[in-house]
Write a new protein. Sequence first.
Lengths: 140, 473
Amino acid sequence: MQVGTRDKALRPEVLRAVGVAVGPDRSTLTVYVPAELAERTVANLEDNGMLAITFSHVIDHRTVQLKGKLLSLRRSRRNERALQERWLAAFAEQLHMVGFSRRLALRIRIWPSIALEIELCDLFVQTPGPGAGRRIEGSA
Amino acid sequence: MTLFESLPAACFQGVIPAAISTCSADGTPNVTYLSQVFRMDARHVALSCQFFNKTKQNVLENPFASVELYDPVDFSSYRLELKYERAETGGALFDAMALRIQAIASHTGLKGVFRLLSADVYEVLACERREAFLVPAATDEPEEPVDPHVPQSELRCLHLVSQRTARAPTLDALFTALLEALEQSIGFRHSMVLLPDETGTRLFAVASRGYGDEGVGAEISFGDGLIGTVARERRPLRLSNVNSELRYGRAVRASVQATSGRRELVAEIPLPGLPNAQSQLAIPLLACERLMGVLAVESQSPLGFDEWDEAFLDIVGNQVAASIDSAILRERGEDVAQLATTGSSSTSEGSHAGKSERTASPKASGPLRRFRFFASDDCVFVGDEYLIRNLPGRILWKLLRATVDSGRTEFTNRELRLDASLGLPGVRDNLESRLVLLRRRLEQKCPELRLVSTGRGHFRLDLACVPELEEVV
């Protein structure tokens, strides 16, 4: 799960996210990024609020990319840590299934984190192949 | 040395996919994963472009990109700031990147569909390590396991391989010595040598180590999979994290089928070798521009081989190719000399060095074994088990037929060369290598038959069974 943003001069930034929660209306979501690495990402979002997020399934490379707009940005609450820990455990499990030790992934720093609340604007197929880039209809 | 120059080579093997973020001219960010990041020099990387996608479109509008790379050994993370410079569609860089994609594409039945469009060159503007990406490892935890082979000195490795192969008296012994020496000197535990067959379009595994009984005899067409690609392109190829590469290829395959329903996609090609190989390295064995074969090694570790291994095996390969060539010439030399003096019109075997070749066999004893020859595909079965086919199958059938019909057990390479029914190619035939394959298949699948060398170009068929022959037309 990777977050792409850009600054005022259109210089892009990439950052690995460490957890996600889809809102009950399914048109908003909360993405968590590690606070210690998020300085540029936060500055970019405070500047223009535009972001892209790519979600990929480790096992079969099924991938989607979301384009969105920042609704709000805040320090994650203590009760959100458990959600991030579940995400990390699931990610470690996927890596384990493709031959990596779980311990490798479990060292990824997930806390403290910044919660990015996002409005979903568009959704695209990103699975490698000729269909990559196709808009998923009804996504926005 | 800059941080970028000192990044571990493993970061560039694609084991953990890198991510790239770009931005269009209207300010919309884009983020996706990369299949290959190639370090070109101290200030440049090349990224593979297989499909004209949003990333490519963006960097043509706005050349800046941000990439996150990972070291698969400890999951360290590095951030690169890049600026797009140009796309290369030919030349050494393009060829090197395209070869890897071709191997995966051919294996997953995507030849011509999944291919490199361009090698996109970017200048590295900045490189930083993301120190806070990982929490410190607990001190009481053992380190992550790394591939245990620690090479001895380069010179000592080369010396061992060189010495063993140079001393091998026969082609057969040469292959055994080579694979043994590679394991002992550098820890390559799964290796095989494949040679071209008489059609020049397929390779067969003539020797293997670390595959049990299953390695020898495996076949693959030129252009198929890693080994076939190496044979066709005559260039070394190294794949890390093979499972991930194949999953990537399968994702593309599924996407092709979903988007266009293409029915012409061919079936996946089963790889000869370890079913759970995570790394593969194959090099062409070239002697004076002729492809003598392919030397392939595999590992269950995703980072089984690095640039050092590739360079080392390349040097070994050059030497081994020359040794194979000279061993074949040596074994063939006497035949060729005799052919030159006697001509090739006669198919009857006389005598050599005053010794009769039509010695009557001792009465065969042992259990009854049934051999069947399927003439339609030159295939020999022992009992109900497949034994061998094509040229070695025809040779075995000729030997068995001679033994059963006339009691002969002693043969020469020369008489095989003169036998038009075997269909050996006229120039630079591969009889010696086919006899090595036949000998090894017999050892594995039918130890009651043995081909025993009785001198250069001469051999005997030893039987520890009573053969019963059936020809199926």
